[in-house]
Write a protein that binds this ligand. Structure first.
Ligand SMILES: Nc1ncnc2c1ncn2[C@@H]1O[C@H](COP(=O)(O)OP(=O)(O)OP(=O)(O)O)[C@@H](O)[C@H]1O
Ligand SMILES: [Mg+2]
Length: 639
């Protein structure tokens, strides 16, 4: 049995009628199937020969009702029973159909029906549909559903084009919409929609495509079984919150990438405040090269700048100190060896002096039997004046293994650093006091004293020392989390990360890259995590970026940068990534472990949300104090 497609002038409501209904068929324009007018027609029978037509009939019932009302025969709206005999399988699908029919009837929205599937491969489908001016639901990035048995497949629109390349403002335009399938929605026993990633079976051609229901959209972006934390709203529908799983965000590292001025700093601050509000053990240390973060954490952060930073030189590992001493230049091998040796001897000397002062403290009773047992890397104190004195001594010796010119240069450099006020944070105040506990207590918030965030303002520090400072702090963050075995959680936020974890080995500072790379690779097991913020993802060490399981990609114009994001997002989010260069400020494409489904979202406006400024930090924070003495001993390698 053949049918003629029936459309009204808008073209978006369709149905079928059986030829042979003379009074109506006269009013069907044979060229385009448009219904041309109302009439007091006496008979109209609508029938269906297969399931998809039944569906058509059902979803378009409002259309027919309208059409029949226009011709004055609404009471004649009756489907003709299917002529196909009913087998058990047929009965089952029919039950599914009835279920769908009920749910469709529940919200009879003919405008939601938008087209039919006309092509399909493993990941993408093409929908043929009529488009009229002002229809926003077909925009790139929007989600639609395709009815398939008892489920609704979810697809993201990645391309839209009219069939003939023209556009009519007044009539409907035949269009082809390419979608990327990314999951399916099944109604649970209680009727609530549940979203599953991936597609188990594919629909056949002709399946109906719908504008997505709000409930379905909500199901796609929310977590099952646990409540996510709201960080903004979906771009497609502002009524639906954009949620993240804070645990996954913090545990598995995250990155925020975007051109300058798109809102990276503000968004990261929002993410961190939300995380702090739900994770009482969490501390955050922010490397802030432009002094941007202070305003975002009023009452939550300890600010450390070049004036107030205290990071004694003896806490630096040899490589870190060597970088400061040689100002990032490649030293002569003898110079490096001389520095290593002189530090080792100075350290052993100081330890020996301490051990001779019996009974001063548990720490100072540590015996140093042999100078050779002390390495240049153990974070135990020594005096810089001892280092200079030893070099002087070597210079006065006849038989000297290091070239005198190297020793002289080293002595001058060390004397210069010791006097330079910009290096007071290293060679000043806490020079020889074994005060590792005081240093880490302040920088790593043990206890928090209500300030779980440390903002290290790098702007005032000498350029050549920035990388070393980042390296020392990142390394300590990892070691503290390691020794606290689960009682301490820290996020190391690297703003302008490409500066100290660069992709080019020439520019990269070895120790900083190593320390941050270690957090990226192993930190999750001990509670140390990474937040990476950059405007140049292509200049960032790819291993660190690949460890960031959650990514917020904001507007990016550079092709190289976009390629990095595309590679990280994989096939599932590739259509969403396609419009990275055109999204608005504050908007982001978010994907990864902390996100239920890749989403285009807009971060909440935190300039008006005063409550975000004062994230409620529970009093619980200090109830689990960490034994600083023990931790100091562990960091010194004495435990
Ligand atoms: N979620 C938001 N709510 C309110 N204002 C915002 C938000 N995000 C960004 N802004 C505003 O946009 C401007 C730029 O934001 P921000 O400094 O965070 O961008 P950025 O990407 O860090 O820039 P840069 O690369 O220069 O550091 C700021 O003035 C900020 O107030
Ligand atoms: Mg910024």
């Amino acid at each position: 049995m053949s049918f003629v497609r029936l459309r009204d002038r808008d073209g978006d409501r369709r149905g079928f009628f059986r030829p042979g209904c003379p009074n109506v068929s006269k009013r069907i324009d044979a060229s385009n199937g448009f219904f041309t007018g109302a009439d007091a027609s006496s008979t109209l029978s609508i029938c269906a020969s297969d399931r998809s037509d039944m569906h058509s009939f059902r979803t378009d019932s409002q259309f027919f009702r309208d059409a029949l009302e226009r011709i004055g025969k609404a009471e004649d709206l009756r489907p003709v029973p299917s002529p196909v005999p009913m087998g058990p399988e047929r009965r089952e699908t029919d039950q599914i159909d009835r279920k769908e029919a009920l749910s469709d009837h529940r919200e009879l929205q003919p405008a939601r029906v938008i087209g039919r599937l006309v092509a399909l491969n493993g990941t993408q489908g093409v929908i043929s549909c009529p488009l009229t001016a002002g229809e926003g639901d077909w925009s790139v990035g929007h989600l639609i559903t395709i009815v398939h048995r008892a489920s609704r497949l979810v697809g993201a629109v990645c391309e839209v084009a009219t069939d003939d390349g023209r556009w009519s403002e007044s009539a409907s335009n035949a269009a082809r919409v390419t979608i990327e399938l990314n999951g399916e929605i099944i109604d649970g026993p209680d009727g609530a929609p549940l979203f599953h990633r991936g597609v188990r079976s594919f629909p056949s051609l002709g399946a109906l495509a719908h504008r997505i229901r709000s409930d379905d959209l909500r199901a796609v972006y929310t977590f099952r079984g646990q409540r996510g934390v709201e960080i903004g709203r979906l771009s497609q529908n502002e009524d639906i919150p954009a949620e993240i799983d804070v645990g996954e965000l913090i545990r598995r590292h995250f990155s925020v990438l975007g051109s300058t001025g798109v809102g990276k700093t503000t968004s990261v601050s929002l993410l961190l405040k939300k995380s702090l509000a739900t994770r009482p053990k969490l501390r955050v240390i922010i490397f802030d090269p432009h002094n941007e973060y202070t305003a975002h954490f009023p009452g939550l952060a300890q600010i450390v700048d070049s004036e107030s930073l205290e990071l004694p030189f003896w806490m630096f590992k040899f490589d870190e100190l060597a970088d400061v001493v040689f100002s990032s230049r490649q030293p002569h091998p003898d110079e490096r060896d001389a520095l290593y040796e002189v530090i080792r001897i100075a350290r052993a000397k100081y330890q020996a002096e301490l051990s001779s002062l019996a009974g001063t403290s548990a720490v100072r009773r540590q015996p140093i039997a042999e100078g050779s047992s002390v390495t240049s890397d153990a974070p135990t104190p020594y005096r810089i004046i001892d280092v200079i004195a030893i070099i002087e001594e070597w210079l006065g010796m006849l038989d000297q293994r290091f070239p005198r010119s190297d020793l002289r240069a080293l002595r001058h450099r060390l004397e210069g650093l010791n006097r330079d006020p910009r290096y007071r944070f290293m060679f000043g105040r806490l020079v020889v006091e074994d005060d590792i506990a005081k240093v880490i207590s302040r920088l790593f918030r043990i206890p928090t004293r209500g300030l779980p965030v440390t903002i290290v303002r790098l702007a005032g520090l000498p350029n050549e020392v920035t990388n070393s400072v980042v390296s020392v702090l990142a390394r300590l963050a990892f070691e503290i989390a390691f020794w606290c075995s689960g009682t301490y959680e820290i996020n190391v936020l690297c703003e302008e990360a490409h500066r100290y974890i660069s992709s080019s080995s020439g520019q990269a500072f070895g120790p900083a890259r190593l320390a941050i790379g270690r957090i990226a690779k192993e930190g999750r097991k001990y509670g140390a995590s990474l937040g990476v913020v950059t405007q140049r993802p292509s200049e960032l060490d790819p291993t660190v970026l690949s460890q960031c399981s959650t990514m917020f990609a904001m507007r990016l114009a550079n092709e190289l940068d976009k390629a990095i994001i595309r590679a990280a997002a994989g096939v599932s989010a590739s259509s969403t990534i396609a419009f990275l260069s055109s999204i608005a400020d504050r908007e982001a494409i978010a994907f990864g472990e902390a996100i239920a489904t890749p989403m285009r979202m807009k971060f909440a406006d935190i300039s008006v949300r005063a409550e975000d400024r004062q994230a409620h930090i529970s009093g619980e924070r200090d109830s689990d104090p960490i034994d600083l003495k023990k931790l100091s001993a562990q960091l010194r390698g004495e435990a």
